[in-house]
Design a protein around this ligand. Structure first.
Ligand SMILES: Cc1cc2nc3c(=O)[nH]c(=O)nc-3n(C[C@H](O)[C@H](O)[C@H](O)COP(=O)(O)OP(=O)(O)OC[C@H]3O[C@@H](n4cnc5c(N)ncnc54)[C@H](O)[C@@H]3O)c2cc1C
Ligand SMILES: *[C@@H]1O[C@H](CO)[C@@H](O)[C@H](O)[C@H]1NC(C)=O
Ligand SMILES: *[C@@H]1O[C@H](CO)[C@@H](O)[C@H](O)[C@H]1NC(C)=O
Ligand SMILES: *[C@@H]1O[C@H](CO)[C@@H](O)[C@H](O)[C@H]1NC(C)=O
Ligand SMILES: *[C@@H]1O[C@H](CO)[C@@H](O)[C@H](O)[C@H]1NC(C)=O
Length: 528
């Protein structure tokens, strides 16, 4: 039997021997698909960017920033201890076994997570956060604690990034077959029985040849879907599990009518303010984070044009070049639109690219959206809507977060470090709006309104989740409800994105469910 150590990357895993109907070798990983193109960006651009290179920061699960009563009337910093209560409420709420969770995080950490070397930009952020009251300082920790901390990174001290793929080395290679560049078209169900059951999957190899992987006829054989918050709901729909009327419209044979598939999609809105600098900044990804009691996280990144070799006038993760097109209607997301956007940025002052930015991310967006198929081609992205800021409390938290971020920028720790004079809030916001991080039409007549600022500069931090929730699409064991032999283990099952950044919990979840499944099947013989 194959040991399932990491669900990520292994797009579909068959715990029991499966038989590809035609053997072949599949070179190179089908890795970037959908991961980098968060929001139905069309295909030409994700190939070009493949920007998972940004994936970096490691932090564990988070407490729940529940909606306080009368939040409209609350004081700027309401006392939420009772609501937020200490750490790791996420694990409690999802009902996972805390002991196994506690073993599973370090199982991953030992293999691929490192302590970062704190760079000056991140030191300035740390000191400024403490200055503006995001305290105490909790030092370097993977734990999710209120205050300011330094989290882990998947880059080692030589700058080499370690990914979930490395976790495969814990498996038994004789019992594990990995097919890369294998794009699953759909799960095949036997519908002749009262309860539909999965019998295999149809996939295409890199040459476009179709194959079927058939589940062994053993009671515990199953398909484990881990194609992500966009890929998994899409796969269920393509396989005939979803809202009946939507499936019928596309002539997909209905296996199971479930109106909840693709519903409750959420994306944590991210907004940033730019920090100009008089010297070229070293590039840093996220290291220091501020975990506030307002349900907002503060992070920072720096240095996207520090040398001649780096991409000029490019804001890295803050730029439309790499996919921040989420907020404009799909038909306007054309290559021409992106080129025009790049040309417009040439007019921006050079300092806008020299420094870095402070970003704020809302912890638990209440605004929700949904996902639906555009056609029956798995290579085409489904249509996804997140409805950023449709709930006023999300917008309010963005405003609160931007207020903190502007204070951070104005703190002496930053101004001394960047050797720039303290800027007025208005100027900082003006520059950030002008930096043009997305293609939303700007309201140049209104820099005073932070609400408008939030709406105009919203982008994704790629922590989107949902679409196959526990209770409506999958059971607590993550088995797809109403059918047999399909499980989902990925961020489509999350009702919130855990931690300041989710990948720690996503990977932990892979090990957690792998261990659970093996223990259930083999008991002590599982050896874990
Ligand atoms: C640019 C970027 C930067 C990020 N930075 C960070 C960070 O610093 N820290 C952090 O904690 N998180 C970060 N994240 C978020 C994190 O990567 C995601 O939350 C996490 O990867 C979600 O895991 P998942 O298993 O649900 O889905 P994914 O990791 O998206 O895995 C889904 C996989 O399924 C494959 N797939 C989809 N459909 C099919 C199909 N039909 N057939 C075959 N394969 C298929 C995809 O190619 C992909 O490999 C970042 C995300 C992005 C995009
Ligand atoms: C898991 O770890 C957390 C944090 O260290 C601790 O509070 C909790 O008691 C642990 N739970 C179990 C069951 O070991
Ligand atoms: C900033 O620089 C000034 C002048 O050198 C100094 O007096 C001040 O203490 C510095 N502030 C911080 C927070 O380091
Ligand atoms: C920023 O300031 C400039 C100069 O004052 C002004 O022309 C521009 O309209 C402002 N932009 C925004 C978005 O307010
Ligand atoms: C800015 O312009 C928009 C559209 O022209 C208008 O709706 C809005 O009220 C204006 N805002 C201010 C503060 O003038």
């Amino acid at each position: 039997m194959a040991l399932v150590c990491a669900v990520k990357l292994l797009l579909f895993l068959w715990l029991f021997n499966f038989l590809p109907s035609s053997q072949g070798s599949f070179a190179s990983a089908h890795f970037f698909y959908l991961l980098s193109l968060s929001l139905s960006l069309s295909k030409w651009s994700f190939k070009k960017i493949g920007c998972v290179c940004m994936l970096n920061f490691w932090s564990k699960c988070n407490p729940k920033p529940a909606l306080p009563e009368n939040w409209e009337n609350r004081l700027p910093l309401f006392d939420v201890e009772a609501i937020y209560c200490g750490m790791c409420r996420f694990i409690e709420r999802v009902g996972w076994d805390a002991k196994l969770v506690n073993e599973s995080y370090p199982w991953i950490e030992k293999q691929i997570v490192h302590q970062p070397k704190l760079e000056p930009w991140q030191v300035a952020l740390r000191d400024s956060l403490l200055d503006v009251g995001i305290s105490p300082f909790n030092g370097f920790t993977y734990d999710h604690l209120y205050g300011t901390k330094v989290g882990g990174t998947i880059f080692d001290r030589f700058g080499r990034r370690h990914t979930a793929a490395e976790l495969l080395s814990s498996g038994n290679p004789r019992k594990l077959t990995v097919l890369v560049y294998a794009t699953v078209q759909r799960i095949v169900f036997d519908t002749s029985v009262t309860r539909p059951k999965a019998v295999g999957v149809i996939f295409k190899d890199e040459n476009g040849n179709q194959h079927e992987a058939v589940l062994a006829d053993k009671p515990q054989s199953e398909v484990i879907l881990s194609s992500g918050a966009i890929g998994s709901p899409q796969m269920l729909l393509l396989s005939g599990i979803g809202p009946k009327a939507d499936l019928e419209k596309l002539k997909i044979p209905v296996v199971l009518d479930n109106k909840f598939v693709g519903k409750g999609m959420a994306d944590n809105p991210m907004n940033a303010i730019f920090v100009p600098s008089n010297k070229a900044e070293k590039q840093t990804l996220i290291q220091t984070v501020g975990i506030t009691k307002m349900g907002v996280y503060i992070e920072a990144s720096s240095g996207f044009s520090q040398s001649k070799d780096s991409i000029q006038c490019h804001h890295g993760i803050m730029s439309a070049e790499i996919g921040q097109l989420s907020t404009i209607p799909p038909k306007q997301r054309t290559p021409e639109a992106v080129q025009a956007y790049i040309r417009r940025k040439r007019n921006l002052p050079h300092e806008a690219f020299k420094g870095g930015f402070i970003l704020e991310k809302i912890a638990n967006p209440i605004s929700k959206g949904d996902l639906s198929l555009v056609n029956t081609n798995v290579d085409d992205n489904p249509s996804v809507t997140f409805n950023y800021f449709s709930h006023p409390y999300d917008l309010q938290r963005c405003v609160d977060g931007i207020r903190v971020a502007t204070k951070v920028v104005q703190s002496e720790h930053f101004t001394n470090y960047t050797r720039c004079n303290k800027q007025t809030v208005e100027k900082v916001l003006n520059m950030s709006v002008e930096a043009n991080v997305n293609l939303i039409p700007k309201h140049t007549n209104d820099t005073k309104s932070l609400e408008q600022f939030c709406k105009d500069t919203v982008i994704t931090i790629w922590h989107y989740h949902g679409g196959a929730h526990v209770g409506t699409v999958v059971s607590r064991k993550h088995k797809v409800l109403g059918v047999d032999r399909v499980r989902i283990v990925d961020s489509s099952t999350f009702s919130e994105s855990p931690g300041t950044n989710p990948q720690a919990t996503v990977m932990m979840m892979g090990r957690y469910f792998g261990a659970k499944i093996l223990r259930h099947r083999l008991g002590r013989a599982a050896g874990i």
